[in-house]
Design a protein around this ligand. Structure first.
Ligand SMILES: [Zn+2]
Length: 286
């Protein structure tokens, strides 16, 4: 699917994702002093697609890069950006380790066999970047633990560490002047756990924090369209109902579904069952 480069608000543009190779949403926030890029992309080719779009739109030149977390699809495009790069302390730690790994097919396959890498990520990496012998990983060089604000001139980007089940280092990019936040993958499931899991302990406070921001439009890491506040709020309510029911009943899918049938405003479908299973998988000792 070809990317589209979309203007969201006065200072914010976003490049649409491409599920063919799991390319995520990338962002460009532009002020009088330049443009801050949200995530490096899944490959230099992905990064070049954003660079071309920024040039075509005549936006101010890229000046900073911000990484939302260490997952390959957000950082493997790093070689294409010669920019000061913001990232969480844990993003730097994990990426420094990744830089020591062999990313060629045989070594990658061995890590999948050993349970250290996800088969889906391996398959997508092979499609997006068939040659990985010369992969350049650029860990962030401006490191923060909690938050940092970047003044772009007339608009600011607040990089907030939020963590969550998906990645402990997850950072969001909040643009208060425009009422926008790039959430990246922060409230997705933990995919480095088999089966993928959610915990109410991490997810519910995270969703509360996201909804407490003065934001009208949220951009998610792999979503095709911006998420209006009301839609994120509805999703948060559903996730909280399912998570709390699983916490109360335990890892018993039929009993949980029976309880939810009387509680939810929507029918039990495959998506609900998947979420129940994810919260069950996240229970201690399950
Ligand atoms: Zn991710």
């Amino acid at each position: 699917m070809p990317h589209t480069f979309n203007r969201l608000t006065a200072h914010v543009h976003w490049l649409s994702p491409d599920g063919t190779t799991d390319r995520p949403v990338l962002g460009a926030i532009s002020g009088a002093h330049g443009t801050l890029i949200v995530d490096a992309g899944a490959s230099p080719a992905h990064a070049h697609a954003l660079q071309k779009a920024i040039t075509a739109a005549k936006l101010p030149a890229p000046r900073y890069l911000a990484l939302t977390h260490w997952h390959w699809d957000h950082v493997f495009g790093g070689a294409a950006w010669d920019l000061p790069t913001f990232g969480h302390v844990e993003t730097r730690r994990v990426m420094a380790h990744m830089a020591t790994l062999d990313w060629r097919d045989a070594a990658l396959d061995a890590r999948v066999a050993a349970g250290e890498e996800i088969a889906f990520c391996r398959d997508m990496m092979k499609l997006e970047l068939p040659q990985r012998h010369n992969l350049v990983l650029r860990p962030p060089d401006i490191i923060f633990a909690d938050q940092v604000t970047v003044d772009l001139g007339g608009v600011t980007c607040r990089l907030l560490h939020v963590g969550g089940d998906h990645a402990a280092d997850a950072v969001i990019v909040y643009i208060p002047e425009d009422g926008v936040a790039f959430l990246s993958d922060c409230y997705y499931q933990n995919l480095y756990h088999a089966p993928p899991c959610y915990t109410t302990a991490k997810l519910l406070p995270l969703l509360d924090r996201l909804l407490a921001l003065d934001v009208d439009l949220y951009l998610t890491g792999h979503g095709d369209a911006p998420l209006p506040r009301a839609e994120l709020a509805a999703e948060a309510t559903l996730l909280a109902q399912i998570g709390r029911t699983v916490d109360a009943i335990g890892a018993n899918r039929p009993a949980v579904l029976a309880a939810l049938a009387g509680e939810l405003a929507q029918p039990i479908d495959g998506e609900i069952i998947e979420l129940v299973d994810a919260f069950c998988a996240g229970l201690p000792f399950s």
